[in-house]
Design a protein around this ligand. Sequence first.
Ligand SMILES: [Cu+2]
Length: 126
Amino acid sequence: MAATGKTRFVLYLTAIVLLLSGCAGNSAYTPLLRADPAIGGEFTRAPRTLRLYYDALPDVSRSDVSLTGPAGDYPLRGLHTMAADDLMTEIMEPLTAGEYTVRWTTVVGEDPSIHQGSFNFSVRAD
Ligand SMILES: [Cu+2]
């Protein structure tokens, strides 16, 4: 009898894990379409702004973008939207050669879900 109870428990757990992994499949969706500097790109000319393009209009007041690299956190200024689908911000310090990570959080269009993600780019010395 105890074994039957345990078997049921394991079945319930399996069902829960399957449900959760189904949800995880949905959360793989990202509204981010592309960026400038390009996602994964390598540049000899350091970018001075970050612009992220989404599949719907981001809500700037519920968005955040940050940049980290060889010197830690890089200050950004003036997060705004330029068009119907983007977030843009100015990089306050010149970027030296190295690997950079852009992290973003946003809410887009009519969907109240908070989305977040990150991507890298690199700056190469000339
Ligand atoms: Cu702009």
